[in-house]
Design a protein around this ligand. Structure first.
Ligand code: FL6
Length: 347
């Protein structure tokens, strides 16, 4: 691997207590669960929309956190959080996915279990409300790790996943956005404005297991059949109990070039803290291929970070009964989760 030009940390791990060499076969008895979610690297988000986005990411983080607190696995938690975000039309995944050049929705998703390194992915899938559920089924019920298009849909159907009319996932906002994008021929929309709202989650469960899930409608006005980074393990995410878990967002073609998630994991493995690892990976993508994006990461000790080079990236985390969220640099809101088990943040 080449040197990272912007890296400011030498990467030695001896001073960090969580860098012990315990393998995944000997996870700690009980660890404090952690979940971090993102709602996609994006351009500027209006005040009115930020309220809805805040609600969406905090609700998803709380939902995932309660799964973990109740003894659910990291895979259960990231799937649950991503399903909530796919169901929320504010985000570019599931209901609310952006439209391709033909005005159709084609979605990509992937999930990974850090204990076994098993993963599952789907690409160019249509007529399914929750692609992440199909990705998990690919991981757990097939001998494969990636199904696409018609095969993925047939498999989903065979697993009892409802097939719905494609139009059900299309929102008026996305019809307007495609029209605008086509009319202006990209003149007014920056890359960051076009790539918005992909969703993802990373989690550490009570037994020290890590997982990630990422789901997206891709980029507006994309070619029919275009597959981005989100379903590609190593680009859209990665999870390894011995190191950490990462979910990414941003310009897919750039993310694929640098294998952004695996690059962040590499830095963690070399002893960097989550924030340093995320920054080093994002910095490399920015300087090497001029790509912008965002990363959420949790390491095996439960230390986490949410970092981005796009203008904004809605994120939320839950750990030690504290809920945190932010959208733009410097903005961090912290509240107590308390004893109320309802996944409604009401903050
Ligand atoms: C924020 O937008 C995205 O993350 C888009 C996604 N990475 C893709 O290229 O498909």
């Amino acid at each position: 691997m080449t040197d990272i030009p912007c890296s400011s940390h030498s990467g030695h791990s001896d001073h960090r207590s969580y860098s012990s060499s315990k393998s995944s076969q000997f996870p700690p008895e009980i660890v404090q669960p952690v979940i971090v979610v993102h709602g996609g690297g994006a351009g500027s988000i209006s005040k009115e929309r930020s309220e809805r986005v805040r609600h969406g990411v905090t609700k998803a983080a709380l939902l995932g956190y309660h799964i973990l607190k109740d003894g659910g696995s990291a895979v259960d938690a990231v799937e649950g959080a991503v399903v909530a975000l796919e169901d929320d039309p504010e985000f570019n995944a599931g209901h609310g996915s952006v439209l391709n050049e033909d005005g159709q929705i084609e979605m990509d998703a992937s999930i990974m279990d850090g204990k076994s390194l098993n993963s599952g992915a789907v690409s160019s899938i249509k007529s399914i409300a929750n692609p992440i559920k199909v990705a998990r089924l690919v991981m757990e019920k097939t001998n494969h790790s990636f199904l696409t298009d018609r095969g993925a849909t047939c498999f989903a159907k065979s697993m009892g996943i409802p097939i719905i009319p494609c139009e059900k996932l299309v929102t008026e906002r996305n019809v307007k956005r495609l029209k605008k994008e086509k009319a202006e021929k990209s003149a007014c929309m920056t890359e960051a404005d076009k790539n918005t709202g992909t969703v993802g989650a990373v989690a550490l469960d009570k037994h020290g297991n890590l997982a990630y899930a990422t789901s997206t409608g891709g980029i507006i006005n994309k070619m029919v059949g275009r597959v981005g980074d989100s379903p590609c393990v190593g680009s859209g995410g990665y999870a390894d109990n011995d190191i950490g878990a990462v979910s990414t967002t941003g310009h897919g073609e750039s993310i694929i070039k640098v294998n952004l998630a695996r690059l962040a994991i590499f830095h963690l493995q070399q002893g960097k803290k989550p924030q340093e690892a995320a920054d080093a990976a994002l910095c490399y993508m920015k300087t090497r291929v001029k790509g912008l994006g965002g990363i959420i990461v949790v390491d095996k000790s439960g230390e986490w970070a949410a970092r981005w080079t796009s203008v904004s990236m809605p994120w939320a985390s839950a750990k030690d009964d504290k809920l945190q969220f932010g959208i733009v640099p410097g903005m961090v809101h912290i509240t107590d989760i308390g004893k109320n088990k309802s996944p409604n943040p009401c903050i």
